[in-house]
Ligand binder design. Structure first.
Ligand SMILES: C[S@@+](CC[C@H](N)C(=O)[O-])C[C@H]1O[C@@H](n2cnc3c(N)ncnc32)[C@H](O)[C@@H]1O
Length: 315
């Protein structure tokens, strides 16, 4: 994981990110804690020879590594695998989520990424970062505080040909106001934040003037006054704070300073899109829904539905 931070610093010295390196170094040293399994995971990564093997980022399954090589033992060290799918050497890592379906819903509504510098907040293991490169982005920076996901990303990078996807183990509230990204993505993060308008303001500060925001989050049906704050858990998740209607989300985006706000997609998450697999054997969506009425969560709330919104920072 450390080598990924060093790679980011070394390879972005000639970009608009260089003036922020010191700030990021300070945040990384004060905010990143050593994970209990770090030694074991570092040893597992060290068994993988770096490769210049061609990687494929422009199809639904992101492929890395020699297709004849067997990485199953190493992959098993980094369970659970939530976002994908990935083909790693001989192995298809059929992850809990069909993240390719989310990308299909997003990619048809956003500005072309060709030659762009993009930021993905809460990017998990980086599946969508690779898809952004596959769509032509020049540089794709992700941040995610979950250390396991940073290790999963390091594993992919050891098996990929050189590319400009980077992942840093940070939270968005620890980032400087870059003011330079062409497109900023926040997918599946807003409802985890206790202060959603502050999150939107952070996102605004990362984009360049005229830059695009792509926001994906949980929503409920309703008008501009509708907001669900779960009494306790939502779909068994303890860290869900705000589930607004799309009209309220649009208002929140405008109040945060965005213009050209549009809801471009609404989708009820299906049992085919989020499910337990061999690579994620814990509970999944099926266990979070009322067994007698799949339109409700076990707590009696509407089953998870998600919206994609696009907006722009004023030029
Ligand atoms: C539901 S997952 C979404 C992953 C991916 N963006 C996707 O849409 O498939 C939420 C991710 O946000 C990360 N996260 C939570 N709080 C965050 C924060 N304050 N800043 C950045 N990432 C955060 C979590 O570690 C997790 O990987």
């Amino acid at each position: 994981m450390r080598s990924e931070i060093d790679r980011f610093i070394a390879e972005t010295t000639d970009t608009f990110l260089a003036p922020f390196h010191e700030n990021l170094r300070v945040a990384l040293s004060s905010e990143t804690r050593l994970h209990g399994r770090a030694e074991e995971w570092d040893a597992a990564l060290a068994t993988i020879q770096s490769t210049t093997q061609a990687s494929q980022f422009d199809s639904d399954t992101v492929s890395v590594g020699d297709p004849n090589a067997d990485f199953e033992d190493v992959l098993s060290m980094f369970l659970p695998w939530r976002k994908g799918p990935f083909q790693v050497g001989k192995t298809l890592v059929d992850t809990e989520w069909r993240s390719d379906w989310k990308w299909q819903r997003i990619s048809r509504h956003i500005e072309p990424l060709e030659g762009k510098q993009v930021l993905d907040i809460g990017c998990g293991n980086g599946y969508h970062l690779f898809r952004m490169l596959g769509a032509g982005a020049d540089l794709a920076l992700g941040i995610d505080p979950t250390i396991l996901f940073n290790y999963q990303f390091s594993l992919f990078q050891r098996l990929s040909q050189p590319n400009r996807a980077y992942l840093l183990p940070l939270r968005s509230e620890h980032l400087p106001q870059f003011g330079g990204f062409d497109t900023v993505f926040s997918l599946g993060v807003l409802y985890h934040r206790r202060s959603p308008i502050d999150h939107l303001k952070e996102l605004l500060s990362f984009a360049k003037p005229g830059g695009e925001l792509v926001l994906e989050t949980l929503i409920v049906e309703g008008d501009q006054n509708t907001l669900l704050i779960p009494r306790d858990r939502y779909a068994k998740m303890a860290n869900v704070w705000f589930i607004p209607s799309t009209s309220m989300l649009e208002l929140m985006l405008r109040r945060a300073g965005f213009i050209d706000v549009k809801t471009v997609d609404v989708n009820v998450t299906s049992l085919e899109e989020q499910r337990a697999t061999r690579w994620m054997q814990f509970q999944s969506l099926e266990d979070y829904l009322d067994p007698t009425d799949k339109t409700k969560t076990v707590e009696g709330y509407p089953a998870p539905a998600r919206a994609i919104l696009t907006a722009r920072k004023p030029a």
